[in-house]
Design a binder for this molecule. Structure first.
Ligand code: PAF
Length: 294
């Protein structure tokens, strides 16, 4: 991995500033009242760039961050092999007109063990992704709050692809009265429907061809519900069975309420409460997540 400090070369022709140190970042952004922030873990693709473009419509200057946050990875997850493509990321952000890239090292962001952490409520943080990735939302909430404290943005943009993450951050921001408005960006998809994700690069050619099947299952469920099929358990079970038949290992496919990600009651269904179908499944060794609002 190329060290971010490489870009602090004074001869650099970049107009975007690359900052690793929190104090320097604060100096650079002092007095900015309309900062729009896009936090990322790097390996940027069109999905991330669409977040940057949305951020531009909501504030100025635009600040992005790249930090692969160890706190949100489980012991058997892909922290070490998570794709790090710093040089290419810098070129993309520069081209989008980002003002500052905050790219702290672990020492900059966690100079001592991060003992104070944000604990989302069990009802939101321990189900779905939280059940399969224990500690994930503690890690995400903690780093996002810390990044907000460094950048002090007026708005921050998060993708709907990580639907539960977006809800956790929204609720955190609301309950802690953070001065940062959370903006949701639509999921960016390839032409065949696959949601863009840094983890797609782990897929073999054959797996990449199979991967859109996940979104297809979500669409099947959505059209069944729209046409009045309200046996939620049956729809979830059928989609899980179909993916299993196709050699996926689904963690969950679950129809939930958009408002709080809880399972809809019969009343909710009768009143046509807005729903979302959320899913996570492994294809080979790659775990993909996706969702579709209904
Ligand atoms: O969605 C991501 O890339 C990460 O979870 C985030 C929000 C940047 C926190 O590390």
């Amino acid at each position: 991995m190329v060290s971010p400090t490489y870009y602090l070369d004074p001869l650099s022709t970049l107009s975007m500033k690359i900052i690793t140190c929190i104090e320097e970042l604060r100096d650079q952004l002092r007095g900015q009242l309309r900062t729009a922030f896009v936090p990322t873990m790097g390996n940027l693709h069109e999905g991330h760039l669409s977040l940057i473009r949305l951020a531009k419509r909501h504030g100025d200057p635009v600040v992005a961050s790249i930090f692969v946050n160890r706190l949100q990875f489980g012991p058997n997850e892909d922290f070490d092999k998570y794709p790090r493509t710093f040089e290419a990321d810098v070129a993309k952000l520069e081209k989008e007109g980002v003002y500052v890239l905050f790219a702290p090292t672990e020492k900059d962001l966690y100079p001592e063990p991060q003992e104070f952490r944000i604990q989302p409520p069990d009802s939101l943080g321990n189900m779905l992704e939280g059940e399969f990735r224990p500690g994930f939302f503690v890690g995400v909430s903690t780093v996002v709050l810390k990044l907000f404290s460094c950048v002090q943005p007026r708005v921050a943009v998060f993708g709907k692809k990580d639907y539960q993450q977006l809800m956790v951050i929204r609720n955190m921001s609301k309950q802690l009265a953070l001065p940062t408005e959370i903006i949701a960006a639509e999921t960016f998809r390839s032409d065949d429907g696959l949601a863009l994700s840094s983890r797609n690069m782990y897929l073999s050619e054959q797996e990449r061809a199979e991967a859109p099947a996940l979104f297809k299952e979500l669409n099947q469920i959505a059209s069944a519900i729209r046409s009045g099929h309200l046996n939620i358990a049956e729809l979830e079970k059928a989609a899980m069975a179909e993916l299993t038949r196709r050699n996926w290992k689904p963690d969950y496919i679950s129809i939930r309420k958009q408002a709080n990600l809880q399972a809809p009651s019969a009343d909710d269904l009768a009143q046509q409460s807005p729903l979302v179908v959320v899913a996570a499944a492994k294809l080979g060794t790659t775990r993909l997540i996706d969702n579709l609002e209904i």
